[in-house]
Design a protein around this ligand. Structure first.
Ligand SMILES: *Cc1c(COP(=O)(O)O)cnc(C)c1O
Length: 339
């Protein structure tokens, strides 16, 4: 048995999800004739109280589409130094949109309204790339699954609005944040111009993301998705997994969070772990002492069929998910205690 904790993207469709997929009614989505994809888009838009939504093959394409639709070549977007849109999308902001990123030196992937205000202070200086977009990530990935304070997001939205900046949320793991903080999708729908959510992370679908926004933004996104090669045909088979995930896999994220907290508690109790970052959702980031070393620790665990990820700077990451069973959890806790 392999205990795969490298990401919450490693899950396989459950029996119920597979049934929903194979029974899906499909049509050609390029002609908007795929009923299951239409259902997913309507369901997501309604959930967030936003006008419209569009299904994407990946979260990266959804974010890149949002960046493209909010910016002009030469513009700049503002995000945290840990942001996925900057670090992990292959330089897409520069390649697809001709946009540079101004990085805020935040805390665990999060920054304050004051920091944003400072970052936009040069907006009227013609020497400086024109700022047109702010990207927030909730939960933060490289920041260890941290959740933003909603009141800070409200302040950030005000700063964005006062400066005519578009406000985009990379919500790849937004549902983890919503479950952990007891907030609702509608609160987020009111705050952001566009939101991307991943169905293929904690929600357990094999593929798929959704971009949410106004009718006008999603009409633009439809064109951009086509340009990026992301217009799809009988994609309802995949959208069905997304529908199933939204109906069945949101509340259970609390179980992943509970297990992550239990892993953190065991790590804290060992002598070889030097630091465990605060655990709010399903991501655990920790450091081992120099005698062991992160690469060596990961290798030793791999020899026990336990897979973890290095995140750079000595960080080791564990992500809990739908396919991480109670039995695996018991084994992992024991191996960590005995290491
Ligand atoms: C996974 C992830 C994405 C999108 O990734 P894809 O693999 O392209 O679906 C975007 N943002 C964050 C924070 C992520 O963790």
């Amino acid at each position: 048995m392999i205990i795969d904790l490298i990401s919450d993207t490693v899950t396989k469709p459950t029996k119920g999800m597979l049934e929903a997929m194979t029974n899906a009614k499909v049509g050609d989505d390029v002609f908007k004739m795929d009923p299951t994809t239409n259902e997913l888009q309507e369901k997501a838009a309604k959930m967030f109280g936003m006008e419209d939504a569009l299904f994407f093959p990946s979260g990266t394409m959804a974010n890149q589409t949002a960046i493209k639709l909010h910016t002009q070549p030469g513009d700049k977007l503002i995000c945290d130094k840990y942001a996925h849109v900057y670090n992990y999308e292959g330089g897409g902001a520069a390649f697809n949109s001709g946009v540079t990123c101004k990085l805020i030196d935040g805390n665990r992937g999060m920054f304050t309204a004051e920091q944003l205000q400072e970052a936009v202070a040069d907006r009227n200086d013609i020497h400086v790339p024109f700022t047109s977009l702010v990207c927030i990530e909730n939960t933060t990935n490289k920041g260890g699954g941290a959740c933003w304070s909603f009141s800070e997001l409200e302040k950030l939205q005000k700063v964005s609005k006062n400066n005519n900046l578009a406000f985009h949320l990379d919500g790849a793991r937004l549902f983890n944040a919503l479950v952990a903080t007891d907030e609702s999708p509608k609160q987020y729908g009111q705050l952001f111009d566009t939101i991307s959510i991943c169905l293929s992370k904690g929600l357990g679908a094999p593929i798929g993301s959704v971009l949410l926004g106004s009718k006008e933004h999603i009409a633009k996104a439809l064109r951009i998705r086509k340009l990026f090669g992301g217009a799809m045909r009988q994609v309802g088979f995949l959208a069905a997994a997304g529908n199933y995930a939204l109906d069945n896999h949101i509340e259970r994220l609390a179980e992943d969070h509970q297990k992550a907290k239990e892993i953190g508690a065991v790590l804290e109790s060992t002598s070889y772990v030097t630091k465990v970052e605060p655990i709010e959702t399903n991501i655990v980031i920790f450091y081992v002492d120099d005698k062991i070393g992160d690469a060596n620790f990961i290798q030793k665990m791999e020899a026990k069929d336990i897979l973890l990820t290095p995140m750079g700077e000595g960080k080791i990451r564990i992500v809990t998910h739908l396919d991480y069973t109670n039995e695996m959890h018991e084994i992992l806790l024991k191996e960590l205690k005995d290491f």
